[in-house]
Ligand binder design. Structure first.
Ligand SMILES: C[S@@+](CC[C@H](N)C(=O)[O-])C[C@H]1O[C@@H](n2cnc3c(N)ncnc32)[C@H](O)[C@@H]1O
Length: 191
C-alpha cells in the first residue's frame, strides 16, 4: 500500500515538474490542437450562466477561446491547476482571471458548488483517476454541465465508459476521428 501511494506521489511530482518546465512553450505548441477540442465542446454544449470550474486549466487557453469567440453568457470561470508555472502564464495573459493552485484529486471546494465542470486533456495525468472522478461528482451540481476530455492514447472508450458511467447519468460522447481526446459531456438540465 505504502509503495503504491509512493508511486502515485512520484507520478504527480513528475507531472508538476514536466508542466512547470514546458509552460513557456505550451501555447505555441498546443493552442491549435486545444482550440479544435474547445470548438467541438462549444458546438455540443449549452452554456448557461453560473460558476464553472476549469480543472487543469493550464495557461487559460479555454478562457482565451471563450473570450475570442465572445462566449460569455455570465459564466464565471475558475481555473485550477497543479502547475504554478502554467498558472503564471495564464495570469500574465488574463490579469483578471480567477486562478487556484490545486489538485483535481483533492479539490478545495465544498460540495455541489459548480454549475459547470470542464476539464480538457488533464485527467489522463491523474495518478488515481477514480479519485478525480469522485471529486468531480462531489463538487458539481447534479443538474450541471460536464465536459471532460481525455487523451485517447491513454484510455480506450470502454475503459472511459466503465470509469464514468457508474457516477453520472445521461452522459454523451463526441465521436470525432480528428480529435486526439475522448470528449465526455452532459448538458445542463433545466430545473
Ligand atoms: C495538457 S494540459 C491541458 C491544459 C488546458 N486544459 C488546455 O486545454 O490547454 C494538462 C494540465 O493539467 C494539469 N494537471 C495535471 N495533473 C493535475 C492535477 N492533479 N490537478 C490539477 N491540474 C493538473 C497540468 O499542470 C496541465 O496544466
Amino acid at each position: 500500500m505504502r509503495n503504491l501511494n509512493a508511486k502515485k506521489l512520484d507520478k504527480k511530482i513528475k507531472i508538476i515538474e514536466d508542466y512547470n518546465s514546458s509552460a513557456k512553450i505550451y501555447d505555441n505548441r498546443y493552442k491549435i490542437i486545444q482550440n479544435y477540442k474547445f470548438k467541438l465542446i462549444i458546438e455540443s454544449l449549452v452554456f448557461k450562466s453560473g460558476i464553472y470550474l476549469d480543472a487543469g486549466s493550464g495557461t487559460n487557453l479555454f478562457l482565451d477561446y471563450l473570450n475570442k469567440e465572445r462566449i460569455k453568457r455570465n459564466i464565471r470561470l475558475i481555473g485550477l491547476d497543479i502547475s504554478f508555472n502554467m498558472l503564471k502564464i495564464a495570469k500574465e495573459k488574463q490579469k483578471n482571471s480567477y486562478l487556484i493552485l490545486g489538485d483535481i484529486e483533492n479539490l478545495p471546494f465544498k460540495s455541489n458548488l459548480f454549475a459547470g465542470f470542464i476539464s480538457i486533456t488533464s485527467f489522463q495525468n491523474l495518478p488515481d483517476i477514480r479519485k478525480g472522478i469522485e471529486e468531480v461528482n462531489r463538487v458539481f451540481k447534479r443538474s450541471g454541465l460536464l465536459a471532460i476530455t481525455i487523451l485517447k492514447k491513454s484510455f480506450n472508450l470502454n475503459e472511459i465508459k466503465k470509469l464514468f458511467q457508474p457516477h453520472f447519468q445521461d452522459l454523451n460522447y463526441i465521436y470525432d476521428n480528428k480529435c486526439e481526446d475522448w470528449i465526455i459531456f452532459k448538458n445542463i438540465k433545466d430545473d
